[in-house]
Design a protein around this ligand. Sequence first.
Ligand code: ZN
Length: 210
Amino acid sequence: MPLIQLPSSLALLYPNRLWKGVELGRKVSLTFDDGPVPGVTDWVLEELAKRELNATFFMVGDNVRKHPSLAQEVLSAGHQLGNHTYHHLSGWKTSTDTYLKDVAACDAILEDTLGVQTSLFRPPYGWMKRRQAREVAKDKKIVMWSLLSYDFDSRLAPEKIIQVCTSRTSSGSIVVFHDQEKTKEQLKKVLPNYLDFLVGEGYSTQPLQG
Ligand SMILES: [Zn+2]
C-alpha cells in the first residue's frame, strides 16, 4: 500500500503551505485536481450536488480554455476554484520564470473566462522548487493535502482505497481526488462510496481558507 498520508515532518518543513483545514466540527475539504474534463467533472458535480457537498476544483488553465462552459458550471454550482498552472507543469522540470508565467496564464484564463480571481494554488505533482514556491506564495495560499486518495493508481482495488480513505478521514482533512481522463474509472468506483461515508458519519464540507 503506498503512502496515503504525508508524514507530519513534511508539513513541518513547509509550514507556510496549507496541509489541513480548520479542525472545528466534523468538516473536511474536498479537492479535485486537473479538470475541467467532460464526462468526469460534470459527473463529480452531480455526485456532490446529490449530497449537498462542496469542493475546491484546482483547474488546469488549458482545460478551462477547452471547456469553458464546464468550468462555468463548476463555478455556478457554488464550488471554489483554484489554480493548478496552465499546462500542468512539473516545477522540478521547469525554470522558475516559465513556471511563474504558467501560473499567471492560469490566473488570466480563470479571470477572462469566469471573472474569478483565486488565491488558492496547488502545484501539479505536489512539488515545486523552493524559489517557485516563495514567488507563488507572495499572493497565493499553497494548498497541499492531508489525505491523498490514490484514485490515480488503477492497480489498487477500489475497496482498498475506500477503506483507507474512510479510516483516515478526520476533522479538517483536505482530501485529493482527480477529475481527469486517467482516473475516471477508479474515481467512479470510489467517490460515491466515500461521499456516502462522509454524509453517513455526519461530515459536511468546508471551503479552503485562501
Ligand atoms: Zn494535477
